[in-house]
Design a protein around this ligand. Structure first.
Ligand code: PLP
Length: 358
């Protein structure tokens, strides 16, 4: 069976097997990681190693903190404005649902300027970055780096005139190398390329970690409290962090982010090349903005699309239905999806196209 879910998504089999072996007892400690004090030496090593491996993988500079927090990526939609707004102004680029949710949340705290949008064409492209005008008083510029629902990805970053760039990388973190120094803050919900849902990883430049947050910001929503306490201010999602650490090691063993990128490009090319040659299926995103992780496609007949999803499931290809807000199909091909999974999907699509000619 191959699982094309957009998230929670497939995890590396090696990670799950290792976790199963250690479920009852972690490394002669006499207990499961779930039963362990988060103040213990064993857990200090687990979280320390997870952070260090992520730092190595992404070449995170020393002046950035790595935080393992809770509340999923959605909580960051509020934490970002609460902690980063000074003028109470944020510039956002609207590339669809996840970007819109961040815009709505930002509006609870200040003025949000939507400085570019692709809403006119159902978010099937990334707006032109050249000539983009950033507001003079903006506290930061916010993007959703890879839109999970629409399958678009920023291949060119906005020029921010020195303003802090904030990126939601929930659905493409660790899929390819990124230059962390271009961002003030990166966050990613874990449940696609990192680990179990609920955990969110925040990579934040130290000068953005401040005491002077918006009035009323709860203690648990201050980056500073978590940075000062090395993500152990309260009981962290310890088991989730342990799995994240294992996934980071897996990426490292796979050859790191350059190797991951090669593998992801190979997988995505298999699917996009097929879609481009098909007379039945059609990719929905303009070529230059296509995601390596989420590949939406349509047939243009609700009846045939339902048939496709049903028959694919029977053939062991799970979770190919598009997001409930957009319909059609979507194949999410995150890091842990093997190339064989994509080949099986393309084979199935070919067969379906033969049986259902246009
Ligand atoms: N941002 C992106 C790009 C997502 O794909 C998702 C959801 O999966 C979220 C944010 C919300 O994540 P969560 O459910 O962890 O709050």
């Amino acid at each position: 069976m191959y699982n094309f879910s957009a998230g929670p998504a497939v995890l590396p089999e090696e990670v799950l097997k290792e976790a199963a072996e250690e479920m009852l007892e972690y490394k002669s400690t006499g207990m499961s990681v779930m039963e362990m004090s988060h103040r213990s030496q064993a857990f200090a090593e687990i979280i320390g190693e997870a952070e260090q491996t992520l730092r190595n993988l992404m070449s995170i500079p020393d002046n950035y903190k790595v935080l393992f927090l809770q509340g999923g990526a959605s909580q960051q939609f509020a934490m970002v404005p609460m902690n980063l707004m000074k003028n109470r102004v944020a510039d956002h680029i609207n590339t669809g649902q996840w970007a819109k949710k961040a815009i709505a949340e930002g509006k609870l705290f200040g003025r949000v300027n939507v400085i570019a949008t692709s809403e006119d064409k159902t978010f099937s492209y990334i707006p032109e970055m050249k000539g983009l005008k950033v507001s003079e008083d903006a506290d930061y510029v916010y993007i959703c780096h890879n839109n999970t629902i629409y399958g678009t990805k920023f291949n060119e970053l906005p020029q921010t005139d020195g303003k802090t760039l904030v990126a939601d990388m929930s659905s493409d973190i660790l899929s390819e190398p990124v230059d962390v120094r271009q961002y003030g803050l990166i966050f990613a919900g874990a449940q696609k390329n990192i680990g179990p849902a609920g955990v969110v990883v925040v990579i934040i430049r130290e000068d953005l970690i401040r005491d002077e947050v918006l009035p009323g910001t709860p203690t648990m929503l201050k980056y500073k409290i978590h940075a000062d306490n090395k993500s152990l201010y309260n009981t962290p999602p310890a088991y989730g962090i342990y799995i994240c650490g294992k996934v980071f090691k897996w990426v490292e063993n796979m050859g790191g982010l350059t190797a991951m990128q090669r593998r992801n490009e190979e997988k995505a090319a298999l699917l996009y090349d097929y879609l481009d040659g098909s007379t039945l299926f059609k990719g929905t995103v303009v070529k230059k903005d296509r995601s390596l992780m989420n590949v939406p496609f349509v047939i243009g007949s609700a009846e045939l699309e339902a048939k496709f999803v049903k028959e694919a499931k029977a053939a062991g290809l799970e979770n190919l239905k598009g997001h409930r807000t957009v319909g059609g199909m979507r194949a999410s091909i995150y890091n842990a999806m093997p190339v064989e999974g994509v080949k099986a999907l393309v084979e199935f699509m070919r067969k379906f196209e033969e049986e259902n000619p246009r």
